[in-house]
Each structure stands twice: as C-alpha cells, then as structure tokens.
Design a protein around this ligand. Structure first.
Ligand SMILES: C[S@@+](CC[C@H](N)C(=O)[O-])C[C@H]1O[C@@H](n2cnc3c(N)ncnc32)[C@H](O)[C@@H]1O
Length: 254
C-alpha cells in the first residue's frame, strides 16, 4: 500500500500536493506538443498500442438497448476517446476527464477539426475523486495516466465506485520490460535518448526526464494486478505488449 503522506515526483520525494502540482506543470508545459512528441519518442508505435487497447475494449454504442457510458480518465488530448468514437459512432456517451485543462483544450480543438465537438463530455477532474455518481459507467479507460496519479490505489477505488456492476476497467500504461538484457537496453534508451529528444524537439528536458523516471517507479505488472483486486475488481489480469514496455491491465466489477 502507498503511504498517503509520501509521494514522489520523478526521483524526488515530495508531498502529495507537490506531486499533483508537478504533474499539472509537466502537462501544461507539453500540451501543445504532446502529440508530436508521442510520435517521435515511440516512432509511432503508441498508435499500435492504443489500437490494441481499443480492440480489447471492443467498444459498442449500446448495451441492452441504451447508450454505453464510457469514461476516459486522464483523457488528455483525446486519442482513446476518439478511437472509441470511431467504433461506436455518435450513439455512445463518452466522457473525457483530465486534471489538466491545457491537455483537454488541445483535445477539444482536435474534436472540432473532426466535426465531433458535441460528441464528448469534457470534464476537468482528478482520477482520485471523479465527478461522477456511483455505478454510473459501463467502461472505464485510463491510458498512460495511472502512473501520474498521486495515489494509485485511490484512483483504482474510484474506478470501482463509478463502474456499474458488470462494468469493466482497462488501463494502458508503460510497464516493466523482460528479459533482463532488453530491460538494460530499454533503460539506456529511455534515460539517455528521451530527455535529449525532449530538449531538442520541444526545448523541455525536465518534463521528459520526469516521464522516464515515472515509468521506472510504476508498479510491476503482477503488483498492479494485486492492487486492482484490492480495489474490489475480479478477474484482474494483464497483457504485455512490446515485451512489457507497455501493458494492458483489466478488471471487472461484479
Ligand atoms: C501521458 S498523458 C496521456 C493522455 C492520453 N490518455 C493519451 O493516451 O494520449 C497523461 C494525462 O494524465 C493526466 N493526469 C495526470 N494525473 C491525473 C489525475 N490525477 N487525474 C486525472 N488526470 C490526470 C495529465 O494531465 C495528462 O493529460
């Protein structure tokens, strides 16, 4: 369990308030260039990870004749919500919730460009205290967001609270690479290349240093399964992609 009084920001120990402020600062600073940097750093592979994530979710416009309620937490500039919308058409209710107004603003501009401005609910809010009633959501998604949340266990409990019985939790996140030799190569790439790319392309080394360190601190695959179950979910499991560079975790509220 996390100690609620202690937190970390990159490699630094900070108070929970400092961590949340730090995360808001990072995403304020990268919002306008976030999509571009994602493509650079992952050589476009983040799109394939997100496509696989959506395949696992199998989005449907309706469940038992009524619109499916989706919440994409830490929805940022909208990639996951847009991919869900692509599959469901306009028939589902899709909410994006993010701590950071700047990220959502970029997402809204993208939605306008697609002619989809009225197809989403845009909410600023914290994954640890979602502005949604209990048992109101069919599908909860969080992509590359959970590692930024100050108290992961609080966010998992909130996911459980807002889901309806039968509702499903899906998390796509950077994870831990195996085998060892690949883990070392990946470490070298991430510690040496990613912050430099951040500096060269968007003149922001610090935010990308934070990214690398936040990945290192995130719980390993099996530990996260356990914590998802501790929050109340059943049938928690994970699927690695790209040898564990990222993993999809799932659970169901019964
Ligand atoms: C790496 S971006 C991911 C954005 C998007 N989901 C994607 O896959 O491209 C992480 C997002 O998490 C948001 N975030 C961080 N902590 C959060 C929290 N406690 N509650 C809600 N959103 C949070 C950030 O503002 C940022 O937009």
């Amino acid at each position: 369990m996390q100690n609620p009084e202690k937190s970390w920001f990159g490699e630094k120990n900070v108070t929970p308030e400092e961590k949340t402020r730090g995360v808001i600062g990072v995403f304020d600073s990268v919002a306008n260039r976030y999509d571009l940097m994602n493509d650079f750093m992952s050589i476009g592979i983040h799109r394939l990870w997100k496509d696989r994530f959506i395949k696992m979710i199998r989005p449907r416009a309706t469940i038992a004749g009524r619109p499916t309620n989706y919440i994409d937490v830490a929805g940022g500039t909208g990639d996951i919500a847009f991919k869900i919308r692509n599959k469901t058409g306009a028939g589902a209710n899709i909410t994006l919730c993010d701590l950071n107004y700047s990220m959502l603003s970029v997402g809204r501009d993208r939605a306008i460009d697609k002619g989809w401005i009225n197809d989403f609910n845009w909410v600023t809010g914290n994954a640890e205290s979602l502005p949604l009633p209990e048992s109101s959501t069919d599908i909860y998604t969080i992509a590359f967001g959970l590692r930024n949340v100050t108290h992961i266990d609080n966010a998992l409990k909130e996911a459980y609270r807002v889901l309806k019985p039968g509702g499903k939790f899906f998390c796509l996140e950077f994870s831990h690479v195996r085998p060892f030799i690949l883990a070392k190569a990946y470490d070298l790439y991430s510690y040496n290349v990613i912050p430099k790319l951040g500096e060269k392309i968007v003149n922001d080394r610090e935010s990308y240093q934070y990214l690398v360190e936040s990945i290192r601190k995130f719980p390993k695959q099996k530990e996260l399964v356990q914590r998802i179950e501790n929050a109340g979910f059943k049938r928690a499991k994970y699927t690695n992609m790209s040898m564990g560079i990222v993993a999809i975790h799932q659970g169901i509220k019964i």
